[in-house]
Design a protein around this ligand. Structure first.
Ligand SMILES: [Zn+2]
Length: 309
């Protein structure tokens, strides 16, 4: 860690300057109306406050980001973004609480959830794949407690407070990014809107032989299936090893760190794992840049909780 980056994790003024520079590289734009006719307020109690001369509203670098209405100092936000962006398997709320010196587990938990939201794809993200690109699609089950039971003995409904067997569907572009969804079942009805909105139809699609994909697959430029039931894992370039690799990272993270991921929040954890995978070292994106991308992602994301922490 260089002196410069260390400073933004300890000094509030340095942290604020870093966030303002990240957000407003082309001039301070009012988050309410978009005007560039803004001024920094000079009062002692107005640190970080700007005034828009057009709409006359006030704002700070937190306004309109996941940091809005949070009482956590900005330098702790930056450290949380850095830790979560650079950790290989993820970091638990308890670790975050300790590393940041936060007053309560609950505060750390809400912070981590907001960071996950920042890591999620924005509305500007187009479909994956494209001509000459290969996208693998597959599902896995997460939630260790239930996975060893026979199908008929598994809980019909996920358990409250812990996680029963949950289905995760992931799309991975080879040499590219990943997008995961928590899905209720693997029917064509569930899979269709995911594949059609997330994957460019000029792509080659590779799946296992699950029936849900059958009609959907035909809509893509090329469609290949791999029959895992026949131990057929690789046939030319028809394989799903890339998405399997993603699942092994996900499972190590979920099992090792997140002991009680509840069903309701699984999709937020998936954003975190997708983000790190899609911005990985193997694609030339290192820790500092990954944290910078997470910070950029903090903008324009809705607030998830009304509670202030
Ligand atoms: Zn304005």
């Amino acid at each position: 860690m260089t002196n410069l980056t260390a400073k933004i994790f300890h000094n509030e003024a340095a942290a604020r300057a870093h966030i303002e520079a990240s957000r407003w590289a082309d001039g301070v734009a009012c988050p309410h109306c978009g005007s560039l006719d803004t001024m920094k307020m000079a009062g002692k109690t107005q640190a970080g406050m700007f005034l828009c001369r057009d709409c006359r509203d006030k704002f700070t670098c937190r306004t309109g980001t996941v940091m809005e209405r949070s009482h956590i100092p900005l330098h702790k936000w930056l450290l949380a973004l850095h830790l979560m962006a650079s950790s290989k398997k993820g970091i638990s709320a308890l670790q975050l609480q300790r590393n940041l010196g936060l007053g309560s587990y609950r505060t750390a938990w809400f912070l981590a959830m907001r960071v996950r939201e920042a890591m999620g794809l924005g509305p500007e993200a187009g479909p994956m794949g494209g001509e000459g690109k290969v996208v693998e699609a597959d599902t896995t089950y997460v939630g260790g407690k239930e996975k060893n039971k026979h199908k008929s003995k598994r809980a019909a409904k996920p358990q409250i407070g812990g996680m029963g067997k949950q289905i995760v569907h992931t799309l991975v572009e080879r040499d590219g990014t990943a997008r995961s969804h928590h899905i209720p079942n693997v029917t064509g009805k569930t899979l269709r809107p995911i594949l059609f909105t997330q994957v460019d139809r000029k792509s080659s699609l590779m799946t296992d032989t699950a029936g849900g994909y059958h009609q959907i697959g035909k809509q893509f430029a090329r469609y290949e299936t791999v029959d895992h039931g026949k131990d057929e894992y690789v046939r030319g370039d028809a394989y799903s090893n890339t998405v399997e690799g993603y699942f092994s990272i996900l499972k190590r993270g979920i099992i090792g760190v997140f002991h009680s991921v509840s069903e309701a929040h699984l999709h937020r954890y998936l954003k975190e794992f997708d983000f790190r995978y899609s911005n990985r070292s193997g694609l030339g994106i290192e820790d500092t840049e990954r944290a910078a991308l997470a910070l950029k992602g903090a903008e324009g994301k809705r607030l998830m909780y009304s509670q202030s922490h």
